[in-house]
Design a protein around this ligand. Structure first.
Ligand code: CMX
Length: 148
């Protein structure tokens, strides 16, 4: 895969409103979005720090991925997300390099992104997400070139 930049860092929290207050106080910037992602059983809150976001994740279900994570490991960094120009190509390449994929194909994630997760068992114990912005995507660049 060719990472373009760190798109976001996901942080598991118990109480979203409390964590938003902590991060607003810490960073001196406002949370720009709160979004529920029902398929992932989380509520999320976003802060923009340069080109990278901080994504706070609060579980809506103790049996969801973040609920289980907090039960086992407590609050803290949950995942790191790299922006790539093509998720499909990255997944194919990662798979052929022996990386274990949680998502075999891209799916819709929070904040309008297409995303896919890689299994922490094959990434040194860190849950990695790859994601694609329309503006970064190869297809989009090609489309734009086509218009010039
Ligand atoms: N980072 C590192 N390791 C993690 C982890 C994480 N975030 N979450 C779980 N693990 C580890 C566990 O500690 C456990 O390790 P041990 O076997 O050494 O104890 C192992 O992975 C298996 O964990 P588990 O509790 O049995 O959980 P599951 O196997 O049911 O699921 C995982 C683990 C990563 C496959 C699952 O959480 C998943 O599919 N995650 C991707 C989706 C996700 O995280 N969504 C929430 C964020 C959504 C968003 O950003 O919008």
């Amino acid at each position: 895969m060719k990472p373009l930049y760190i798109e976001h860092i996901g942080i598991a929290v118990k109480n979203l409103q409390e964590a938003i207050r902590i991060y607003e106080n810490l960073l001196g910037i406002d949370c720009y979005k709160i979004e529920e992602v029902p398929e992932q059983r989380v509520n999320t809150a976003f802060f923009m720090v340069g080109q990278t976001k901080i994504e706070l994740l609060a579980s809506t279900d103790p049996e969801g991925p973040v609920g289980k994570f907090i039960e086992k490991r407590g609050e803290g960094i949950h995942h790191i997300a790299f922006a790539v120009d093509s998720i499909e190509e990255s997944l194919t390449e990662l798979k052929s390099n022996g990386v274990s994929l949680i998502d075999q194909t891209p799916r819709a994630g929070a904040d309008g992104l297409d995303i896919a997760f890689l299994h922490p068992k094959s990434t040194g114990g860190v849950l990695i997400e790859i994601c694609e912005h329309e503006s970064d995507s190869k297809n989009n660049i090609n489309k734009n070139y086509g218009k010039i």
